[in-house]
Design a protein around this ligand. Sequence first.
Ligand SMILES: [Zn+2]
Ligand SMILES: [Zn+2]
Length: 271
Amino acid sequence: MSLSFTHLGTGSRGNATLLECGEIKLLIDQGFSGKELTKRLARMDIRVDEIDALLITHHHTDHGSGAAITQRRWNIPVYCNDRTATALNLDLRNVHLFENLEALNFADDLALLPIPVPHSGADNVAFIASHRGERGAVLTDLGSWTDELVNHVAGCQHISIEANYDNSRLWNGPYPMKLKERISGRGGHLSNHQTGDFLSRVVNQNTRSIVLTHLSQKNNAAHLAESTVLYHIDEIFEGDIRISHQEGPDFTHHIGQEEPEVLSRERISIL
Ligand SMILES: [Zn+2]
Ligand SMILES: [Zn+2]
């Protein structure tokens, strides 16, 4: 049995990532309408009511705006921290409030660990999923990182991480100066260069797949993100690197398995 990661879409207009392990289906973030989530899961022949739990990284609209509707319409339990639950106005009767570094067990061999990450105005977390000795990381919306985060992501077999903006596109682009400063600040987002720098500290021989997520449509481009990141990790990383776009799902990565590491969208529909 393997653990798989599929991005249903990432970016400032909505984020959601599906984790599957045997019969268990988890969603990390729900920044889409109920209708949009239904449509995206249907491309994988999955109904929303098959989702066992929804985990929310932080309350920003593109990550949590669909949490309350998913909880209420489909009666799906939500896992998040206190600040996120309050900001999203969730029904606390169906919320599991977690603390940083509290292991969330969904099966004997599946646990998710929330790690705090710096992001202004929010209590944001990254998630490290563990399955039979292999680990996969999902981290997004962080302006910088901590040693603690590096320690937990180091050696993960799969890493999904934001690569939000290209430096020169941001600084030469149309955003007001205040917004440029916020995006590039310690509590903002990672640039392609920062993402490459972070990955150069955590990628090792065990790392087989990387997905770059949450690319800014105005301040980034897929070829810039990929080439900048590869510049930093070229000598240590020989695995699969992909870009997650706002429209998804496009591909699935597996860890701890015999199946192929990547399945294309054509295959997704017949699984
Ligand atoms: Zn975001
Ligand atoms: Zn955010």
